[in-house]
Design a protein around this ligand. Structure first.
Ligand code: BZD
Length: 833
């Protein structure tokens, strides 16, 4: 690589381009400089927000140097890279994470204190980057952290939504959605106006001849939108490696607006095209595990995929390698089916633009892609209408037809007499209108397909993808159990616990090698250690109780058992079972004498989570939780024995506050529905226990920590089909305790019962699809066991510490290494100094 600085001057340059602050004073100087000059403020009007801006910009300057070096190093080393394509990156806040990963937090804390600010207040000024719905988007963020920490050359590609997931307000107990305009001040992104890609939609396809007289296919005449890159640095922990997250923003391809229309007086018309173009990256679809099939969503998907592939191909072409080496240089991971069009787009580039023969091109494509499935829920499996695809991407539809044709020919050769097999596995579903089954396309176009926890990976092989296992053999299907980054989910969220662990293990190595937590075991019987451990839990509970009081006015006793369920509100996650259990507890308390009440373990039931705006049942569940809270929290008979709290606007930064404060958390999905779950891992890593069903990663958590340390309940996945069948034929009697809870709701104890009709009828006439009535009695019994166990404070502490010691497996680093070995075939790079 040619450098513009002459050899003899490079040393001087290098000295000045240091990644670290030379002590506290330099940090302070940089903060003050940014406040005074970048923001044009002074100490007389420097508030927390300005202090945040100054701190973020000072730190960013340092990050950028490491980032530049990493990118240059990756180019020089010229090794295979991995690209993680995800429509969602739920990054949360960046400042605290960047300080911790680059290990300047102590310097910053002291430095900022001397300037008159508390680091916590400064950190709290930051708006969450909430470009995701839930687990899938947060997993992508944890993976970026793991990739950078392990020094893999790995980029994320996503969309730069102007509006992330909506902010949730609770008004009269109901969810109200408020737009999340998060880009007001975002020091963590770098616009790259020079990295612009034209993306075409609509148009027509025609046959033509090239200069050699060969027939070629041309797609033209469509509408062009421009993709502009915005880059976000992703610092690894304790390494100079700083990877890149590239997010695309849409704008009109042809200048600002239509001058002709403007001059002729059509002012509105003149900006219409601009708005149409900008709409593409305007807003994140707020659905988790539901596919709505809207044209704008398909436009988002193609826009992002086309821009990303163009970028990846351009980078590859700079190396002047033959196309056959593309898969040796590039691995692309599809985060669910949302980016499946990337398969078609790469095939299109190879055959239509590069004029590579179909078979050779297809070999390159399939060797490049891997596909991760995150759900078996039928309503979440993406299906795009054929007429819509024909209209929006006519050439891509042709290519999909050809992919399907060659695939079906192969299947026919393998299973000559099985016509039904062809119908079952065809990418095209013969409905009215026809639809494209994107998961099938993703399988056919990838060399590896993986689920995200053992049970889930087994289930996809046995159910939705069964035929494909018969066609490709079992080796194409793999499992990579999800993981979480211990940097954010232990060190950042729970600094006291992280420090205590480090004091016993002799440093923070465990944050990079989480299996070292095993070494905590010898300390389990150390009284002082246990006391400190439980003290930290209490202080985290006090921190959360204070937040709850400040934001809701509800006072919860920090000594109560904190029982937490925070996640998207969804019927399959069964928040409904939890709140019904709370009502049952309330009824029991009401029926007790005051003597009996004295023996009760006080409990705080804490909920949080957003409902998709159009998901009426989920919204009703939120309404019920709030209504129960209103009644219970002011009931003088109950006092501290039961409190019910709904925390508004659950997001990543609130998770960091909530998770370390849990005694028990709930992961109670109907068996076989939650692909993995990742908050279960976060709660256990923070010294909380869990109550859960035999679902997703709960099963592997149990295996790792031992079944004496988890409260399992309910039916197994293998029983679900049968139970549903019995419900459909009216063969299930409702559990009497559940009946009593429903009666109480219908009596109007929690306000107008007509509001909750849907919730109750889902259990009765609705055939109870999520099997609440089948698991309810097991749930209540298990909750009694939780109370019982909590009475024994020492026993409880033992369970918690033992569990944490066994959590090494659930590090995102283990997970990334598995992807790297089994799917991507990429190696880490030696980081630059
Ligand atoms: O992915 C989630 C699963 O439900 C979890 O069990 C799993 O742990 C995580 C990570 O693997 N899936 C999602 O979060 N899915 C979505 O958010 C989503 C969003 C848009 C469209 C479809 C699904």
């Amino acid at each position: 690589v040619e450098a513009s600085i002459p050899q003899q001057l490079r040393e001087a340059w290098r000295k000045l381009a240091a990644c670290e602050f030379q002590g506290k004073e330099q940090f302070q100087r940089e903060v003050v400089r940014h406040v005074e000059t970048t923001l044009a403020r002074s100490m007389y009007n420097c508030d927390d927000a300005a202090a945040y801006a100054g701190t973020a910009l000072a730190l960013r300057d340092k990050l950028v140097i490491g980032w530049n070096k990493t990118q240059q190093n990756q180019t020089l080393q010229d090794q295979k890279r991995v690209y993680y394509l995800s429509l969602e990156f739920l990054m949360g806040r960046a400042l605290d994470n960047a300080m911790l990963n680059t290990q300047v937090k102590d310097v910053a804390r002291d430095g900022i204190a001397e300037l008159g600010f508390r680091i916590e207040d400064v950190i709290n000024q930051e708006h969450d980057a909430a470009l995701g719905n839930g687990g899938l988007g947060r997993l992508a963020a944890c993976f970026l952290d793991g990739l950078a920490t392990l020094n893999y050359p790995g980029w994320g590609y996503g969309l730069r939504y102007r509006y992330g997931i909506f902010k949730q307000e609770i008004v009269d107990g109901y969810q109200v959605e408020v737009p999340d305009y998060w880009l007001d001040f975002n020091p963590w992104e770098f616009p790259r106006p020079d990295v612009a890609v034209d993306v075409m939609f609509y148009g027509y396809v025609k046959k033509d001849t090239d200069s050699d007289g060969k027939t070629i296919i041309v797609w033209e005449g469509g509408e062009i939108v421009q993709a502009i890159a915005y880059d976000v640095p992703v610092p690894g922990f304790d390494t100079s490696t700083t990877n890149n997250l590239r997010l695309w923003s849409s704008k009109p391809a042809s200048g600002e607006f239509d001058f002709q229309k403007f001059n002729s007086g059509d002012y509105e018309g003149s900006i219409r095209d601009q708005q149409r173009a900008e709409t593409i990256s305007a807003v994140l679809y707020p659905n988790d595990n539901i596919s709505a099939g809207k044209e704008l969503r398909l436009k988002q998907q193609y826009f992002w995929v086309a821009a990303s592939l163009h970028d990846i191909v351009r980078r590859f072409k700079k190396t002047h390698r033959p196309w056959s080496q593309f898969p040796d240089q590039v691995a692309i991971q599809l985060n669910d089916t949302h980016p499946t069009l990337a398969i078609v787009e790469l095939q299109r580039i190879l055959i239509d633009v590069e004029h590579i023969p179909w078979d050779q091109a297809w070999e390159i494509v399939t060797a490049t892609f891997g596909y991760t499935n995150h759900t078996v829920l039928p309503e979440a499996l993406e299906k795009w209408s054929v007429p819509l695809m024909q209209h929006l991407l006519p050439r891509h539809l042709q290519i999909i037809y050809d992919i399907n044709l060659f695939f079906l020919q192969k299947v026919e050769r393998m299973f000559p007499k099985d016509r039904e097999m062809l119908t079952r596995v065809s990418i095209i579903e013969e409905s009215q209108p026809q639809v494209l089954r994107m998961a099938y396309l993703a399988i056919i176009g990838s060399h590896k397909v993986n689920g995200v926890a053992e049970l889930h990976s087994d289930l996809i092989k046995a159910t939705i993808f069964k035929d494909f296992v018969a066609i490709y053999g079992p080796d194409k299907f793999a499992n990579v159990t999800n993981g979480i980054t211990p940097r954010r989910w232990l060190h950042q969220a729970n600094p006291k616990l992280s420090d205590l662990i480090a004091s016993k293990l002799g440093g923070y190595e465990f944050l990079k090698e989480l299996s070292q937590l095993e070494r905590l075991r010898p300390f389990i019987d150390d009284k002082e250690f246990r006391r400190e451990w439980m003290e930290i839990k209490l202080s985290n509970k006090i921190r959360l109780a204070k937040y709850i009081r400040d934001t809701t006015g509800i006072s919860v006793n920090p000594h109560a058992l904190f029982d937490i369920q925070v996640k998207r509100i969804h019927e399959y996650k069964r928040q409904q079972m939890n709140i019904f259990g709370v009502i049952d507890r309330y009824l029991n308390l009401k029926a007790m004498t005051s003597e009996e009440r004295k023996k009760v373990v006080p409990r705080a039931s804490i909920f949080g989570g957003k409902a998709a705006p159009g998901y009426w049942m989920a919204k009703t569940i939120i309404r019920l939780i709030n209504a129960v809270g209103e009644v219970v929290n002011k009931d003088k008979d109950i006092g501290d024995l039961l409190k019910v709290v709904f925390i508004e606007d659950y997001n990543v930064s609130k998770a960091e506050l909530i998770i370390p404060a849990s005694d028990i958390s709930e992961h109670i999905s109907t068996a076989g529905t939650e692909a993995s779950g990742t908050s279960n891992m976060k709660f256990v890593l923070n010294g909380g226990l869990i109550i859960g069903t035999c679902d997703g990663a709960n099963i592997e958590i149990t295996r790792e920590i031992g079944d004496e340390n988890i409260f399992l309940l309910g039916n197994l996945a293998e029983d679900v089909e049968d139970l549903r069948h019995r419900h459909r034929y009216g063969q299930v009697e409702m559990d009497p305790k559940l009946r009593a809870v429903c009666d109480e709701i219908e009596k109007g104890t929690f306000g107008d019962p007509s509001v909750y009709e849907g919730l109750i009828s889902s259990l009765t006439t609705g055939c109870d699809y999520y099997l609440v009535s089948d698991d309810f009695s097991s749930y209540l019994t298990t909750q009694d066991l939780v109370d019982e166990a909590y009475r024994d404070k020492d026993g409880w502490a033992t369970k918690c510490i033992n569990s944490v010691a066994s959590m090494g497996f659930f590090s995102a680093d283990r997970c990334i290494n598995e992807y790297a070995d089994m799917i991507w075939n990429v190696e880490p790079l030696v980081p630059v100094k």
